[in-house]
Design a protein around this ligand. Structure first.
Ligand code: ADP
Ligand code: ADP
Ligand code: MG
Length: 472
């Protein structure tokens, strides 16, 4: 039985896993870098260990992490997202050392982490994939030949890519020639692999992904879909569950496709199958994320399930706590990734001290974060500082509550994406559920808001100044 878990992560996801541990009566071990010594996860865990002076090396060292888990008597490791979560080596070392890895086995992580191998597996399973190259392309000549066959525009993608990086749209052979070396070098630097492949670029698709759970007894269920079409440069900013743009038929169809995909690779634990939905209503498999996702929260809100607890139960060899017909779909949830970036200045990240923090509350509002008043956000990691998750009986109520919740929130000292999200929430196309992955690029005016319109920045700076003056 799992009694003690090492959390191989930091920030809000480490805190999220700690909450599940606490509710399950499981002891917890946190790891941290020197730069993270004031991190909330460090304070909240039962035990915390510094794993290095360097900002990243410790979080990225699987041998050191598993050694620590063994030394501290942990039965299992939760990898969170990012860092080593999709690195098969961590899962493999866990297996070798008799520590349970809370995720699928190393072979599945490796196979699904390779986007061309994942495509091959899906083709074999009869899951439709975006038209593209049969595997990786060996060089520019092959890329040009494939592009001529599938037709422009094409997407040039890093085979091991993630986090929206290593993807470039090419509209002409000249653009492909120009981008080729750039994507190869980006991929090498960011993912340690020079492999690239081509997909047909689906123009203005919706990003629809399905959360699945699979236990070690062969049961696979899906927890409905999330619409992650509100993106900037292929990175998700706002996510919605369920998608306001699917018919009930499309919803059950994509759910079945996801279950088929997971079964085809003997998947175990929580995972997400990402699809593109074309303007003609076709779903194409895009990739699988073999870990808990940033936006798992909205699925929790509409189903009432705790996905992290389910992950731990599955790793413990237990059966899923429910069958497909028992999975609820209740209301609508929206998640906002609050980033410390200035939307009015090309989303320039700005890491600094949170001089004042006040979390939103009231009906249907949840905040997942690791910030607090006085917290200095280290510049070495993600710019996402909080997730605000709002639930309503339907999309309209969720929108109204979101505007209210974002208005309630105070994050002072650093610019954030909150006022930008309020602009999106007021846009008629968003409100009527008509948007695709091109929405933000098509509406640059949404970043040109006046700060007077929201309670953010200017007002909050004044509040912070008064607070500082009276010594709060
Ligand atoms: P999600 O799929 O959960 O929506 P994102 O794509 O936004 O998540 O990625 C979550 C975090 O994980 C980000 O910090 C991102 O940079 C990181 N990440 C995702 N995939 C990779 C990868 N292949 N290599 C390195 N970092 C990654
Ligand atoms: P990552 O591993 O970085 O998450 P994905 O393959 O999931 O990369 O793609 C990220 C985003 O890029 C998608 O959500 C979508 O907006 C866009 N994208 C990827 N492939 C295509 C494609 N073939 N056509 C159009 N858009 C695409
Ligand atoms: Mg993706």
């Amino acid at each position: 039985m799992i009694r003690k878990i090492l959390i191989a992560n930091r920030g809000e996801i480490a805190v999220r896993v700690l909450r599940a541990c606490s509710e399950m009566g499981i002891r917890s071990v946190a790891i941290y870098s020197e730069a993270d010594r004031f991190g909330l996860h460090v304070k909240k865990a039962d035990e915390s260990y510094c794993i290095g002076q360097e900002e990243l090396a410790g979080y990225l060292n699987p041998h050191r992490i598993v050694n620590l888990a063994v030394e501290t008597g942990c039965d299992a490791i939760h990898p969170g997202y990012g860092f080593l979560s999709e690195n098969p080596l961590l899962a493999q070392i866990c297996t070798d050392r008799g520590v349970r890895f809370i995720g699928p086995d190393a072979g599945v992580i490796r196979r699904m982490g390779d986007k061309t191998e994942a495509r091959q597996a899906m083709i074999a399973a009869g899951v439709p994939v975006t038209p593209g190259s049969d595997g990786n392309v060996s060089g520019l000549d092959e890329a040009l030949a494939v592009a001529t066959r599938i037709g422009y525009p094409v997407m040039l993608k890093a085979t091991s890519g993630g986090g929206g990086r290593g993807i470039r749209r090419c509209d002409t052979p000249a653009a492909l020639a120009q981008n080729f070396d750039r994507v190869v070098s980006e991929a090498t630097k960011a993912f340690g692999s020079a492999e690239v492949f081509l997909e047909k670029c689906i123009v203005n698709p919706r990003h629809i992904e399905v959360q699945i759970l699979a236990d070690s007894h062969g049961q696979v269920i899906h927890l409905w879909e999330r619409d992650c079409s509100i993106q900037r440069r292929n990175q998700k900013l706002i996510e919605i569950a369920p998608s306001p743009q699917l018919t009930p038929e499309q919803r059950s169809h994509v759910g079945e496709l996801a279950v088929r995909a997971a079964r085809a690779v003997n998947y175990e634990n929580a995972g997400t199958i990402e699809f593109l939905l074309t303007q003609d209503g076709e779903f194409y498999f895009m990739e699988m994320n073999t870990r808990v996702q940033v936006e798992h929260t909205i699925t929790e809100e509409i189903t009432g399930l705790d996905i992290v607890k389910e992950q731990i139960r599955i790793a413990d060899g237990l059966s899923l706590s429910l069958a497909q017909p028992d999975v609820e779909l209740h209301g609508c949830a929206i998640q906002f990734r609050i980033n410390v970036e200035d939307p009015r200045n090309d989303f320039l990240p700005s890491f600094g001290r949170i001089t004042r923090y006040y979390a939103p509350g009231g009906p249907g509002v949840r905040t997942d974060t690791a910030i607090y008043t006085g917290y200095q956000i280290p510049p070495h990691y993600d710019s996402m500082c909080a997730k605000i998750i709002v639930w309503g009986r339907n999309f309209d109520e969720a929108i109204a509550r979101s505007l209210r919740a974002l208005d309630d929130t105070i994050i002072a000292g650093v610019p954030t994406t909150m006022p930008f999200y309020q602009e999106i929430l007021r846009h008629p196309d968003f409100r009527s559920g008509r948007f695709d992955t091109g929405f933000l690029a098509a509406h640059p005016e949404l970043t040109q808001y006046s700060l007077k319109r929201s309670r953010d920045a200017a007002v909050l700076a004044a509040v912070a100044a008064i607070a500082a003056h009276v010594g709060l």
